[in-house]
Design a protein around this ligand. Structure first.
Ligand code: GLU
Length: 373
């Protein structure tokens, strides 16, 4: 991919993700960001912002009232602090954009909102309406009500889920680093995410919860839907304008896909996992090499109380995640099936007909490797 393509490209939608560390820079950063947003809008591009910072702002609010924040150690404390802070975060954006006559809208989401396709369609419709009204949607995770097990936890993946949902052409992750670094050297372009990249990617370092690993993951996931990702230094002058003027800044990550994913499979990438099955070597090979569906006969163990049509993780016996899929039936039915005499069932091929736990068309394989390296 050539950087000049940025100059020629006319994106219809862009998602910009802001990390908490950038908000520590205050007004200067926000004004520069506004310049970049106005630049895109002037080109006819619809912009969605995903902004962290509720917890950061919440701590500032406590200081304002001389309340010691203490450690944000418990979930309920974090939830309360983010409720205090989200208000302030939003009022910054509201004021910033109102000065230019642009309404901004708060959209708070949790991972459980991505649990079924109907609620995803609802989110998509609302965002479409807001964009058509000319508003700037400002999305954050709803930290105040999200429970640990149903949280994105950081906004990199949430931004990637939103970019996928609204069919954005670009996901621009603004952070406080020059881009994706390897041996302290900025990578200009990544066209294939390899093991060395996962190894080089680090966890969180500043006030945010993400870090490079989750940014790489977000890039990887958005690329699967044809969305180009760039990691840019948000502390620098107008990084987005410079990117679209084909300047060599940040890291562009784009791994073109041979085949576009269906809408259903795109949804499956972000739906929260409700359970896990561990498969034996025969099933692993059948899934990966022969394009088979997953039958209960190849399952060694199951966990999580999942229901039909929920997303579960498929793991190999070595602990290697193989992919994820839509379970045709729930935990209880599967358990009942697995407790039947395996020798009898093994012989009885007719019994298994139509009893795939995960049909081939309801499975995405190969991407769950990324978190475990
Ligand atoms: N949602 C969190 C907040 O607004 C931030 C999560 C993150 O650091 O990505 O504070």
């Amino acid at each position: 991919m050539n950087r000049n393509l940025f100059k020629e490209s006319n994106p219809s939608r862009v998602v910009i993700k802001i990390g908490s560390s950038l908000l520590e820079e205050g007004e200067d950063f926000l004004r520069r960001l506004r310049e970049d947003i106005l630049f895109l809008r002037a080109r006819g591009t619809q912009v969605v912002l995903v902004s962290s910072g509720a917890v950061l702002r919440g701590k500032e609010v406590l200081q304002l009232y001389n309340i010691p924040p203490g450690k944000v150690s418990t979930t309920s404390k974090r939830q309360a602090i983010s409720a205090l802070g989200q208000n302030h975060l939003m009022s910054c954006y509201e004021k910033l954009m109102r000065e230019k006559g642009i309404p901004s809208a708060q959209v708070l989401l949790t991972a459980s909102d991505f649990r079924n396709r109907r609620s995803c369609a609802n989110i998509e419709q609302t965002l479409n309406e807001l964009l058509n009204l000319g508003a700037l949607p400002v999305i954050n995770e709803n930290d105040t009500i999200a429970v640990e097990e149903l949280m994105f936890g950081e906004n990199d993946i949430l931004s990637s889920a939103c970019a996928t949902l609204i069919h954005a052409d670009y996901l621009l992750i603004l952070t406080s680093s020059e881009g994706f670094l390897m041996d302290e050297k900025r990578q200009e372009m990544i066209e294939k995410i390899e093991k060395k990249h996962w190894v080089a990617a680090e966890g969180p370092s500043g006030p945010g919860k993400g870090g490079m690993k989750s940014k790489l993951k977000a890039a990887f996931l958005s690329n699967l839907s044809g969305c180009i990702c760039a990691i840019l230094h948000g502390g620098k002058e107008k990084p987005i304008q410079r990117l679209f003027n084909a300047e060599d800044i940040g890291t562009v990550i784009f791994c073109p896909q041979k085949k576009a994913l269906s809408t259903k499979k795109k949804w499956m990438l972000f739906a929260p996992l409700q359970g896990k099955v561990i498969v034996d070597l025969g099933a692993q090979e059948a899934l990966l090499e022969r394009g088979a569906s997953l039958l209960p006969v190849g399952i060694k163990s199951i966990s999580g109380n999942f229901f039909p049509h929920e997303i579960i993780l498929i793991e190999g016996m070595s602990g290697r995640p193989l992919g994820r899929g839509l379970a045709a039936y729930g935990y209880n039915d599967l358990l009942a099936m697995l407790s039947m005499d395996p020798n009898e069932l093994q012989k009885n091929k007719a019994y298994w007909r139509g009893k795939e736990l995960i049909h081939r068309n309801n499975m995405v394989l190969g991407f769950d490797d990324m978190g475990k390296l």
